[in-house]
Design a protein around this ligand. Structure first.
Ligand code: SF4
Length: 290
């Protein structure tokens, strides 16, 4: 594998700062309705592109997480109780922006009895009532210890895609995803298929944290073993100075190779490129030829 010096950002990872009328329009609409986004809180490098296209990934249940993953810039601490006005504000967002596809995610809410599952459901139901044709993709935390119950709570809301990210290979969990459980994440994806029925499941991986190719291939196989349908693979980028360092920049050619490898393993929807994130072009029905 080609290695690149990690002190300088390679040319394929340089992008202009986000700006422009359409970008501002999305930002202003979100601000007017006090909607949080993971685009902002995770310092996502795709903000310029996504917001200019009029799409954003909403972050429900606040922006303080009960865990402390070292790849993430979302602050850790004691979150506020769920905001009962959030479902209605989201419905207004979808109406105002005429969104046909909404990706919704949240921080870990280990402090809540139901881990936040009922708030996900309430948000979907409120938006669906106002905009019946909108499709939903939810990217959930692991609902650790409450998986079966959480999925039963979500059942009436039935999103189009249920996503849960393994994020990295299991060998790197002790450094990157302390508090997470790789087998538990796989089990949640498997359970979602059983409990939610006709849905697509999805997961995401970040590369560049020091994983080996063999470890990544095994992780892809593990995801297929639990019938995960959709996958994104992207470059890990340090979101702030406290986060884990990048160990390696993976070339665009290598991402193309991962794209083909993932298709060969049976994933039906794959985006593998340096800037791929879980919600990147999530609304595309068929992003790549299989
Ligand atoms: S990739 Fe996802 S998180 Fe990043 S800016 Fe786009 S919608 Fe937001």
């Amino acid at each position: 594998m080609t290695k690149h010096p990690i002190s300088r950002l390679p040319h394929w990872l340089r992008r202009p700062l986000p700006a422009g009328r359409h970008y501002d329009l999305t930002g202003n609409t979100l601000e007017d309705l006090s909607i949080q986004t993971i685009c902002m809180h995770a310092n996502c490098p795709n903000r310029g592109q996504c917001w200019t296209r009029g799409t954003a990934t909403v972050l429900i249940l606040g922006h303080v997480c009960t865990r402390n993953c070292r790849f993430c810039s979302v602050p850790s601490g004691r979150p506020m109780p769920p905001d009962p006005t959030e479902p209605e504000r989201l419905a207004r967002l979808v109406e105002q922006m005429s969104l046909k596809y909404l990706v919704m995610t949240s921080v870990n809410r280990d402090d809540l009895e139901d881990k936040g599952a009922s708030h996900f459901r309430d948000c979907i139901l409120a938006v669906r009532q106002a905009c019946p044709n909108t499709q939903f993709e939810i990217l959930t935390p692991d609902f650790m210890g409450f998986e079966q119950e959480a999925l039963a709570i979500l059942q009436p809301a039935l999103p189009f895609v249920f996503a849960h990210n393994v994020e990295t290979v299991p060998a790197l969990y002790p450094v990157a995803r302390q508090g997470g459980n790789y087998q538990g994440s796989l089990a949640l994806l498997a359970l979602a298929k059983q409990v939610l029925g006709p849905i697509q499941t999805k997961s995401s991986l970040m590369l560049g944290l020091g994983e080996t190719d063999d470890q990544v291939i095994q992780t892809l196989k593990d995801l297929r073993e639990v019938q995960c349908d959709r996958l994104t693979i992207g470059q890990y980028l340090k979101p702030d100075k406290h986060a884990l360092d990048v160990v390696e920049y993976i070339t665009p050619e290598k991402f193309e190779w991962w794209q083909q490898t993932a298709h060969d393993l049976g994933f039906t929807w794959v985006i593998s490129e340096p800037f791929a994130r879980s919600s990147y072009f999530a609304e595309k029905q068929a992003p790549t030829p299989s």
